[in-house]
Design a protein around this ligand. Structure first.
Ligand code: GRG
Length: 295
């Protein structure tokens, strides 16, 4: 297994251990919502965003004890977005990560509450003293994640995505929408460790360029998988973009040009990391993984 694949697997294991700590099953009447939160987070998905945080933590000497909480908060917000995205009022999906979506496994009201609580409790994790000894750093991380997950980031992108189901979007609009919907959380994941260690501006900017590239690449490969992927491997229903006449990179560019665009972005992501030399090798492997991914 490559270094990248091992580290991705390790990120999943480490975050799961920390989620067990932050989401213990209570012995009371609210246990059902915690069950749904655990169902949506523990052992589910690639933990790619957590991996980015833990990898950049090593690059910037952020202690793993701090980074793991940032990674856990990140995966909680990611899981919330997937639960809500799958709801009948949004994408109306029944399968995610190879198992029934949260509203199917539990019920719609519980799914909404589980998403709400994951969003809220993520900020509890970030605000905790164990996340960073400096309260100013914790506040900075909280503000950054709130901004990137909210109206100017992921939620704003999701709104434009829903509008895009009713009207055709051009390439520029699709890039803007995906930069927010998919790119914003990847921006946080790529830069949080650098922010937490007060990295020099030049290094932070390099990571921001890398994040912008991988955000778009991630979405392009998602659009490609929707057309050519294997639903058992991807773990969800595919072919939905076409059915819903959604404007996507593939619908606007076609498969080949979309692939080529992803490859060009991969080169740009690589270039952005050149100032880190050998230290950025795992991040480069991560960009390559996005290009090749089949799940
Ligand atoms: C409902 C507020 C709200 C936002 C939803 C992220 C999102 C916005 C919707 C998800 C739709 C989607 C499939 C986007 C494509 C990119 C993406 C985020 C894929 C899922 O991320 P992965 O592949 O998932 O990292 P795993 O399961 O591996 O964690």
């Amino acid at each position: 297994m490559s270094n990248f694949k091992e580290q991705l697997k390790q990120a999943r294991i480490s975050v799961d251990q920390n989620l067990q700590k932050w989401l213990p099953l209570p012995d009371n009447l609210s246990a059902r919502v915690v069950e749904a939160m655990r169902y949506a987070t523990i052992g589910g998905g690639k933990a790619f965003r957590a991996f980015l945080i833990l990898t950049t933590a090593k690059m910037f000497d952020l202690p793993e004890a701090n980074a793991i909480n940032i990674a856990t908060a990140m995966e909680m917000i990611h899981a919330y977005s997937l639960i809500h995205d799958d709801l009948p009022s949004m994408d109306n999906d029944t399968m995610r990560r190879g198992k029934p979506t949260v509203h199917i496994q539990f019920d719609e009201a519980t799914a909404i509450l589980a998403g709400d609580a994951l969003l809220t409790n993520a900020f509890e994790v970030l605000a905790d003293e164990t996340t960073h000894p400096d309260p100013m750093i914790r506040t900075k991380l909280i503000k950054m994640l709130a901004y990137l997950a909210g109206k100017d980031g992921m939620v704003g992108g999701q709104m434009i995505d829903l509008i895009g189901e009713k009207q055709t979007l051009n390439l520029e609009q699709i890039e803007m929408l995906q930069g927010k919907k998919t790119g914003a959380l990847l921006m946080f994941a790529s830069t949080a460790s650098a922010v937490a260690t007060k990295a020099p501006e030049e290094q932070l900017n390099a990571l921001k360029t890398y994040a912008k590239c991988i955000g778009l690449m991630f979405q392009i490969t998602d659009d490609i998988l929707d057309v050519v992927g294997d639903s058992a491997t991807v773990g969800k229903t595919l072919g939905k973009d076409k059915d819903e006449t959604k404007s996507t990179f593939v619908s606007v560019l076609g498969l080949e040009a979309a692939r080529q665009k992803a490859e060009e972005l991969g080169v740009q992501a690589d270039d952005a990391l050149s100032i880190f030399g050998e230290k950025a090798i795992t991040l480069k492997e991560a960009a390559h993984f996005i290009l090749e991914r089949n799940y």
